[in-house]
Design a protein around this ligand. Structure first.
Ligand SMILES: [Zn+2]
Length: 386
């Protein structure tokens, strides 16, 4: 018996449910219906799908209430990756001259899913658009069109559709639209069109005031244009948008302060930031700043104190490397440093807040669950010592 026949169980359930439902009203009609249905099921179980489909299509024409069985069957084929069979079912339905209008958009949606599954995006797009003509309010069609445009990186089209959904669910759709504008801003930046880049980044912020990515784009732009003061202001504003994301910009922020030779202000700012957000691991960053402004000894003293309050592999590694250079310690230190740096390379630095996907690389769009802006720096350093 082919393994997929197990998948027929839902069809049998749907079928029994139909039998039960029709029993009370059309007793006679139902008995011939049920014998035909059993025949169809039998073909299915014997893996003769062509014959089974012929019977089901005839049945649906005599009683459109049985259409749910077709949908269930189509879904199973799709789940098994047999898109051709799912397409055949839904195309068969749509071609029926007796098809009642009320089922048309549902079938088009199903067919759209089949095409999506088969990777035929332009055909799927056509169908979902057709659903919108039939049923102007269809959210499902809109969401699928958005997925297609996102896949094709057609950000303007994605924005057009998403804006229709915005007012109903601003907290979910707003961040999506903001990321589309950021994608466009990135493209404009690549072409050197700075005013367009800024324009688009501000649009992103209008749809999502917490869009860290838009702030980063604006700050990078300001810094590239030589306005480090403005860049610092924007980078710092990210703390209000999402404190954890400060870790994404800390190096750039330090570079701006350094360009202005504001070492003391930088130290002050970072100390405050660390106090406001204990979970941000800034000890090595602060040690760096201290080393540059007050020398190695100051950095060592700071780290030796910190490492006891907030033990971390990164801090330990840094401390060892300092001691090694100053106190001429033996080769053990060398090996330790190497071992720790290997451990740290393996550690996960970014994690998706929605699905738990983790990675060493930062993504704006989670490759696992397809959510925008959900991949964030890990707040508790994975290599942290207990
Ligand atoms: Zn995710």
């Amino acid at each position: 018996m082919p393994a997929w026949t197990l998948a027929i169980i839902p069809i049998v359930i749907a079928f029994l449910w139909l039998l039960f439902r029709t029993k009370k009203t059309h007793k006679q009609q139902q008995s011939s219906l049920s014998s035909e249905y059993f025949k169809g099921l039998n073909y299915l179980l014997n893996d003769e799908q062509g014959k089974a489909l012929d019977i089901f299509v005839k049945l649906v024409e005599s009683n459109w209430d049985t259409i749910d069985t077709h949908f269930a069957l189509g879904k199973i084929y799709r789940k098994n990756g047999e898109m051709d069979k799912a397409i055949k079912i839904h195309q068969g339905l749509i071609a029926r001259p007796t098809l009642p209008e009320r089922y048309r958009s549902k079938i088009l949606l199903e067919l759209g899913y089949d095409y999506l599954g088969a990777g035929w995006f332009d055909r799927a797009e056509g169908l979902f658009k057709e659903v919108l003509i039939q049923d102007e309010k269809s959210k499902e069609a809109r969401h699928n069109l958005i997925l297609i445009y996102q896949q094709e990186k057609d950000w303007y089209k994605a924005i057009d559709i998403a804006i229709d959904l915005f007012s109903e669910n601003p907290s979910v759709i707003g961040p999506m639209i903001a990321h589309y504008y950021c994608e466009l801003a990135d493209i404009s930046g690549g072409k050197g069109d700075i005013s367009q880049l800024e324009n688009l980044a501000y649009k992103a912020l209008r749809y999502d005031a917490s869009c860290v990515r838009a702030s980063i784009l604006l700050a990078e732009q300001a810094s590239a244009a030589g306005d480090d003061k403005k860049a610092i202001k924007i980078y710092q504003s990210i703390e209000k948008q999402d404190p954890e994301s400060m870790m994404l910009v800390i190096d750039s922020l330090i570079r701006c302060y350094t360009n202005l030779a504001w070492q003391e202000k930088l130290y002050e700012y970072l100390t405050g930031l660390q106090q406001r957000h204990e979970n941000l691991f800034l000890q090595n960053v602060l040690a760096d700043v201290l080393e540059k402004s007050q020398g190695k000894q100051a950095a060592i003293e700071y780290l030796s104190g910190k490492i006891k309050q907030q033990p971390s592999l990164a801090g330990l590694q840094r401390l060892i490397s300092y001691k090694q250079k100053t106190a001429d310690a033996d080769k053990v230190f060398d090996d330790l440093t190497t071992a720790i740096s290997i451990m740290r390379q393996d550690s996960i630095e970014y994690r998706c807040q929605k699905c738990g996907f983790s990675s060493n690389t930062h993504y704006w769009l989670c490759p696992s669950c397809n959510n925008w802006g959900s991949v964030k720096p890990c707040v508790v350093e994975p290599g942290k010592l207990a």
